[in-house]
Design a protein around this ligand. Structure first.
Ligand code: PRX
Length: 647
């Protein structure tokens, strides 16, 4: 039984860890018994300009949701990640950059980081960016992405990164939603030997935005790109004109640091807003404890800065801790399926943090790609983004970790800012597939359908959190009502995660996946409604319903039921056309895996699509369709089963 499949804490890890089992219990108990005192103490890990006197001021009351931490303190996030390290570690590497091309890498010291970020801040200033302005970053995984983030933080601008795989339309929506005045991009983004035309995408996006939005272009590949006079400028030209001194702006702990768009159950992505003090404290503390980060470690998180994992665990958390963080531009399978392991060996990586989808993909390529490389530097492995299946966990543990690296399976979300449920490597025994126990200050609970907290230890239901932690999102940018209705309405008095979970007899949490209409494709979160609205925007489509289905590599695949306009004929060409259409509307990550023609969709008599049935058909689970008697036309279901796209 999986619940009894336990890997105990390794004594050599516990001996030097920031927390062993006893210390974890002691700190956890203190953190929930008196959060004020606990966080007042740990808040000191940051450098404050004006120290806080108030620590926690949070309310989950549905009528008055408000989250503030350290509200009267002031600080600068960039100064905490860069300037304060100059005294002791100016010549230590802050960022190791590994390019898409395996022959090219670069070490950037804290001193160089300071200079680059200061200059970047001045370039932003020279383009008129001021405190509180929004800046969109649409960049490859290059050091300039980190410089731009930190430069925004330095001058008090709010960055919003758009993953470079998103389409021009998706980019335009985000520029418009947050009212950005500047987009920072690059000529092209090389990945896996191919180049994405970022600047050309920005040109298409800006055609849908106000004429006052400007564009700053970083040269990456040197590919020719058209520049629009008066709107677009090259970074390398602007930087010639600025000084290398840029004073960090004093910010309130509750001033916004960044907005990051993420998918929900409705069509429009939400701008998740994170603020400065609580976020940075939480990112830095989790980075230290969860990965048991030790002075001198080389730490690598393989995420992209376009996702929250890149924000908290490539840039902000590690740099706040004065760590050496590796930034990788490429993909795990280029030039071959050994690239991750080659990079680990080349840079002597000690802590490695990746996603289950990457592990599953590499597992399928065979062990020889791992065996070729010397992985003896690895000490801690991490997993994030989706539930890790025990088979992939075991492979990761045995083949990559040689059975002596603990795996931290970290559960969290864009909204949570940092890791909430996770083992600490020196403290908590592991069970393959379980995110195990809560981090300090986090009070998870399992609710039944009526919103009641289940008190038995072993149980199953939805995962909610009882009280606030410093890294929690503060609002949906420009739409506080949406923040309240999404996270605090359904289960009053709790933060509702949108995930289902099981708690076993040992109090370990097992995340079972989303309970809303959000799917997780290769660790990328996607609203099924977003894909549906892209499909129905096609002139030949009359209706569409999208659900997830189990996929060996991606975790979940995208299964689309499509009803065509009358007179339109289904064909393989149309299938390809629709697939390309969705890629254009949202981006390649939303590319449908399966399109099934549906003459009709199962609907209740009031016209509501019964997604439960569509999910079962996509999962090939026809025996468990449940009650279909409330359907307006039950024969629709037989037709869908008969014509299921993949038998
Ligand atoms: O369903 C959970 C899943 O990813 C969702 C959050 O997605 P996103 O906001 O894009 O952030 C991903 C990176 C933090 C969650 O609601 N998820 C994330 N980590 C895990 C996970 N599911 C199971 N186990 C995890 N370790």
């Amino acid at each position: 039984m999986a619940d009894d499949d336990i890997f105990s804490v390794r004594p050599e890890i516990a001996a030097s860890a920031h927390a062993d089992a006893a210390r974890y219990e002691e700190m956890y108990n203190a953190s929930v018994a008196d959060p004020e005192a606990f966080w007042a103490e740990h808040g000191k890990r940051l450098d404050w300009i004006k120290p806080y006197t108030k620590v926690k001021n949070t309310s989950y009351d549905y009528h008055n949701v408000s989250i503030k931490w350290f509200e009267d303190g002031t600080l600068n996030v960039c100064a905490n990640c860069v300037d304060r390290h100059l005294k002791d570690r100016a010549h230590q590497t802050a960022i190791i950059w590994e390019s898409d091309d395996p022959g090219v890498s670069q070490h950037i010291t804290y001193q160089e980081l300071y200079e680059q970020v200061s200059k970047f801040g001045n370039v932003l200033h020279s383009l008129g960016v001021k405190k509180g302005d929004r800046v969109i970053l649409y960049l490859p995984m290059i050091p300039a992405a980190a410089y731009a983030m930190l430069a925004c933080a330095r001058i008090g601008a709010i960055h919003s990164i758009v993953f470079a795989g998103f389409s021009p339309d998706a980019l335009a929506d985000r520029i418009n939603d947050c009212g950005a005045k500047l987009v920072v991009t690059a000529d092209e983004a090389p990945r896996g030997g191919r180049a994405t035309p970022l600047k050309a995408n920005v040109d298409k996006a800006l055609a849908r935005c106000g004429s006052d939005v400007r564009c700053l272009v970083v040269r990456r590949t040197g590919g020719a790109v058209p520049m629009t006079e008066g709107r677009d400028v090259w970074y390398h030209d602007e930087v010639e004109r600025v000084s290398d001194h840029c004073a960090p702006v004093e910010m309130s702990a509750e001033d916004p640091l960044f907005i990051l768009y993420t998918s929900g159950s409705t069509g429009k992505p939400k701008g998740v807003l994170h603020t400065s003090g609580g976020y940075l404290l939480y990112a830095s503390m989790t980075h230290q404890y969860v990965f048991d980060y030790q002075e001198g470690d080389i730490y690598w998180c393989t995420a992209d800065v376009g996702w929250v994992t890149g924000h908290s665990y490539i840039v902000y958390g590690p740099l706040a801790n004065g760590a050496t963080t590796l930034m990788f531009e490429g993909v795990p399978t280029y030039p071959d399926a050994g690239r991750f392991w080659e990079v680990c060996a080349k840079h002597k990586v000690n802590i490695f943090y990746t996603a289950p989808t990457a592990i599953r993909a590499l597992m399928g390529q065979g062990e020889e790609f791992v065996a070729k490389h010397d992985l003896s530097s690895l000490r801690i492995l991490g997993s994030v983004g989706e539930p890790i299946n025990p088979e992939a966990w075991r492979w990761y543990h045995r083949v990559v970790g040689r059975e002596n690296c603990p795996i931290v399976d970290t559960w969290w979300q864009t909204e949570t800012g940092g890791i909430l449920i996770t083992p600490l490597p020196g403290a908590i025994a592991l069970k393959p597939g379980s995110a195990t126990r809560p981090f300090f200050g986090v009070q998870p609970c399992v609710l039944n359908d009526r919103g009641e907290e289940i008190t038995e230890t072993a149980c199953e239901g939805v995962l909610a959190i009882k009280d606030s932690w410093p890294g929690q999102m503060r609002t949906v940018y420009g739409d506080h009502d949406r923040f309240v209705s999404t996270y605090f309405e359904m289960f009053k008095g709790y933060y509702f995660s949108g995930d289902g979970c099981r708690r076993d007899k040992d109090g370990y949490y097992w995340i079972t996946g989303r309970v809303d209409d959000v799917i997780n494709v290769s660790g990328h979160r996607m609203g099924t409604a977003e894909v549906e609205s892209a499909l129905v925007a096609h002139p030949k489509v009359s209706e569409a319903a999208v659900v997830g289905f189990p996929h060996d590599i991606k975790g979940q695949g995208i299964y689309c039921y499509v009803t065509l306009m009358s007179g339109e004929e289904p064909s393989d060409e149309l299938r390809t056309e629709l697939r390309n259409w969705v890629r254009k509307e949202i981006g390649p990550i939303a590319s449908p895996d399966v399109i099934q023609w549906a003459p009709g969709l199962p609907k209740t008599r009031s016209g509501k699509i019964m997604r439960r049935i569509l999910r079962k058909i996509a999962e090939n689970d026809f025996g468990a369709l449940g009650d279909t008697s409330t359907l307006a036309d039950p024969s629709v279901v037989d037709n869908l089963i008969e014509n299921r796209a993949v038998k």
